[in-house]
Ligand binder design. Structure first.
Ligand SMILES: [Zn+2]
Ligand SMILES: [Zn+2]
Length: 823
């Protein structure tokens, strides 16, 4: 065996292996292999933002560890990678970059600008995934913006339509006036802002004074359809059923009673407008009130706003407040904190608008979602409640249509004369109804031959919420159920309400089956200051900076070790630097071992006599294997990485290697069979360490494997070697007990040397060990060569008695102490 080179350029090593792995194709799923069990990962296709940020690093490290572990466990691992291209985010970005709005360009031009941007962003993110060393099967790569993927999205739409899950209806929806599209509940972010509470006098009809109404949205006065009070509020219940005049507009509305009115908010009298907020939607529905729409789709006041027509919401608010003041109807204005919803792509406050939309019936699935959530294995378990609580909180069905351009077309036409809805046949997809007519002669109802295409498009979540089936090969592969449901769905804690939820309802509706068997959740990455990492907070760290400075194996250790699975993890440079130092320590240890193994043949033809410390560390390595395997099985990556690092650094390097050096260097003193035993132990334990580490630090372990083990083991890569089973027969409790004692004594003698400022290789004239416990004395006596050799002791005396006076006590062994005399 040749010694490892002293030169150790981790960045170059990582690059080289990333390329070779791909050239060798060792991470490809073998579709023709029916002998091994399969393990499929529902890799989330990321939304191309152009940045593979540290949150992605955390997420991808988690499931790449699982993929690598399962592969070594003998599974035929399916680890696909796609890109969730469509959506508002890219459109907003294109509008900003080119300083245009979507309607300034023909749709196909706008769409091609979006595709260019997406390709640029994908290239950047793909580089990040490769650079992190993820064992993705790149032959599976797909893009949801390609017609071949549309086909699947459209097919799923048609199936759900036929099953009655999809309907068209006029319901209030969240509307972004800037993006000019409906958005789903999951796309609304809520935040606190300062608002103004206006106290406005509404005159009672027929005289008798007025009621004071407090509202943050006076601009909605033209859309006021009722005034409501709580029936238990004795200040107002005598007015219930009477009529009241709406200021500035020449009409009156009824004063109604409603339990939902909070008597302690404002004055306890509220105006119901269509629609000032979600509560209005509920009230209008309960009381069957009329709807007066006053907003256009781009957020301007429409003709129902009378003299305020054409103003923006903000302008209308100002004008109405001025008019109220002039009319003497504004009593006062108070500043309050209020929670408002904003578009999560452009941060514009959302409005509620009624417009014909396509919906998917999702609320009828809520009980089923809850049931399945309990059957799925969650890492960690409590995360299932995020899914259940979200499903339970939804007021509305999922609005799946969008009034945008860059998205999958809805495969629908309408008959020009009778309005009949024509849904594409399953065999027509992919199809864009704006470019193609339906493939029928005439309208089945009225025989008209002219059709109007649906111009709305699908929510991007309609693309990405069928990945479990699509990854498995649906609908093209006969055997797609072989990989369905996915074994593992990984998700960030922040997207359980979207990704995990939409996947669940889509697949339940389509196939009546849950889409994934387990769910692996990662927390958020925090800045070093403990706050959410963000560019504006100046605690932001860019991924390329981390990877270029310390490499992927160090960054992956940070991700794995940072905290319990599911918890938020701060990014701290010292954690990455520690990971880097560990790699150097491991490399140096492997290099030392390789220099000592030049005459060693792993085939087992050497005669060797295992010594106590050999048996001690071999036994510890077996127990370690058991603990690390269990941690990987439970997705407890922090436990796995700390176990191996501590063992490698403190047990293997600091204790074992130091203790056997003398035996390796002086066979004439110890005998060849004992040197061979040390060689065998070094070879075996180092291999165990790099195998257990391989899922976490794939590059350095591969490099060491290729230099030292590949030839003998016979597998092309460490990542396809079989995972070591903890062998109970190799566990030797007695050797561990005795070895711990020796290791503690040696460590304490070395500490004594260090404290006396002697170099570690300095010799000690005399060490007198006092072992009150006869058992201890026997162990030390039997292994005196190791103790004396490791600590360079010229004369070692072992006395089975209490120390006389000032002996140095060995920690954790109160009956053991020693004195040392230096030259
Ligand atoms: Zn928006
Ligand atoms: Zn017709």
């Amino acid at each position: 065996m040749k010694p490892l080179p002293k030169e150790f350029d981790i960045l170059a090593i990582e690059r080289r292996w990333q390329k070779l792995w791909e050239d060798w194709g060792i991470y490809r799923f073998d579709w023709n292999d029916y002998s091994r069990p399969t393990f499929s990962i529902d890799t989330p296709p990321p939304y191309p933002s152009g940045e593979f940020h540290m949150g992605n690093v955390l997420n991808w490290t988690y499931f790449d560890i699982v993929a690598r572990y399962k592969r070594m466990r003998g599974y035929n691992v399916f680890f696909p990678q796609g890109w969730d291209c469509h959506g508002l985010g890219i459109e907003v970005q294109v509008e900003r970059e080119h300083n245009i709005r979507k309607r300034d360009l023909p749709p196909d031009k706008f769409r091609s600008l979006c595709m260019q941007l997406v390709e640029k962003y994908i290239a950047m993110m793909k580089e990040g995934i490769i650079r992190l060393g993820c064992s993705v099967d790149w032959t599976t790569e797909y893009r949801t913006m390609n017609p071949d993927y549309w086909r699947r999205t459209q097919l799923s739409f048609i199936i759900l339509y036929k099953k009655g899950y999809i309907y068209q209806g006029t319901h209030p929806v969240n509307w972004c006036p800037r993006c000019e599209t409906a958005i789903a509940d999951a796309e609304v972010d809520y935040g606190e802002r300062e608002g103004k509470l206006h106290y406005i006098r509404f005159p009672l009809e027929g005289g008798g004074g007025h009621l004071l109404i407090a509202t943050t949205r006076p601009e909605f006065i033209p859309a006021c359809v009722a005034v409501a009070v709580n029936p238990v509020d004795t200040r107002y219940n005598q007015y219930i059923g009477k009529r009241i005049k709406v200021p500035l507009v020449n009409r009156s509305v009824e004063i109604i009673q409603d339990d939902a009115v909070d008597p302690s908010f404002g004055t306890g009298v509220v105006m119901i407008c269509t629609y000032g907020d979600k509560e209005d939607v509920r009230t209008v529905k309960r009381h069957n009130l009329p709807v007066i729409t006053i907003l256009t789709e781009n957020g301007l006041i429409n003709e129902n706003g009378g003299k305020y027509e054409g103003l923006t919401v903000e302008e209308a608010k100002k004008a109405i407040v001025e008019d109220l003041k002039a009319a003497g109807l504004l009593e006062k204005i108070e500043t309050i904190r209020q929670e408002i919803g904003v578009c999560n792509r452009c941060e514009t406050p959302i409005e509620i608008l009624e417009r014909k939309q396509w919906f998917m019936k999702t609320r009828i699935l809520t009980d089923r979602v809850e049931k399945e959530a309990h059957e799925i294995v969650w890492y960690p378990d409590y995360m299932k409640y995020r899914l259940i609580d979200w499903a339970r909180s939804l007021d509305w069905d999922w609005v799946i249509s969008r009034q945008r351009v860059f998205a999958t077309p809805i495969p629908i036409w309408y008959c020009k004369s009778c309005g009949e809805t024509i849904v594409a046949d399953e065999s027509w997809v992919p199809i864009d109804p704006k470019l193609e007519k339906p493939r029928i002669e005439a309208c089945p109802k009225c025989r008209c031959r002219d059709f109007i295409p649906e111009t709305d498009v699908l929510d991007t979540w309609m693309d990405s919420s069928i990945t479990c089936a699509v990854h498995a090969g649906w609908p093209d592969r006969q055997d797609w159920r072989r990989l369905f449901p996915a074994d593992l769905h990984p998700s960030g804690v922040d997207i359980i309400r979207t990704w995990a939820y939409y996947l669940m309802v889509r697949h339940l509706a389509l196939f009546d089956e849950k889409p994934y068997k387990s769910c692996l959740i990662n927390g958020m990455v925090l800045g070093a200051d403990g706050r959410k990492m963000s560019k504006s907070l100046k605690n932001y760290v860019a991924t390329p900076e981390v990877l270029e400075k310390h490499g992927a194996d160090a960054a992956r250790q940070w991700a794995a070790a940072g905290g319990a699975t599911g918890s938020d993890i701060p990014f701290r440079w010292p954690d990455v630097e520690y990971g880097r130092r560990f790699l150097t320590k491991l490399w140096n240890a492997a290099r030392f071992v390789s220099t000592q193994l030049q005459d060693y043949k792993p085939s087992g033809e050497h005669k060797f006599e295992l010594q106590l410390l050999d048996r001690w560390i071999l036994s510890k390595a077996e127990k370690l294997t058991g603990r690390v395997s269990e941690a990987f099985e439970k997705c407890q990556f922090n436990i796995a990485v700390e176990e191996v690092r501590n063992f490698a650094w403190h047990v293997f390097c600091d204790q074992y290697i130091e203790a056997v050096k003398d035996r390796l260097y002086k066979p004439e003193l110890y005998g060849e069979a004992k040197r061979k035993a040390a060689q065998h132990t070094l070879y075996t334990v180092l291999y165990r360490i790099i195998q257990l580490l391989a899922p976490i630090t794939p590059h350095i372990t591969e490099e060491i494997y290729q230099h030292m083990y590949a030839e003998h083991v016979g597998k092309k890569s460490i990542h396809i070697t079989p995972w070591p089973e903890a062998d109970p027969a190799k566990i030797d409790e007695e050797a561990e007990k005795a070895g711990d004692l020796l290791a503690a004594l040696i460590a304490e003698i070395r500490r004594d040397k260090a404290e006396k400022r002697k170099p570690l290789n300095a010799s000690i004239k005399l060490v007198r060990v006092y072992a009150e416990n006869a058992e201890h004395a026997k162990i030390i006596e039997k292994n005196r060569e190791d103790v004396a050799g490791t600590c360079k002791i010229s004369k070692l005396e072992v006395l089975p008695q209490k120390s006389e006076g000032e002996g140095r006590q060995v920690p954790q062994y109160p009956e053991l102490s020693f004195t040392a005399q230096y030259d």
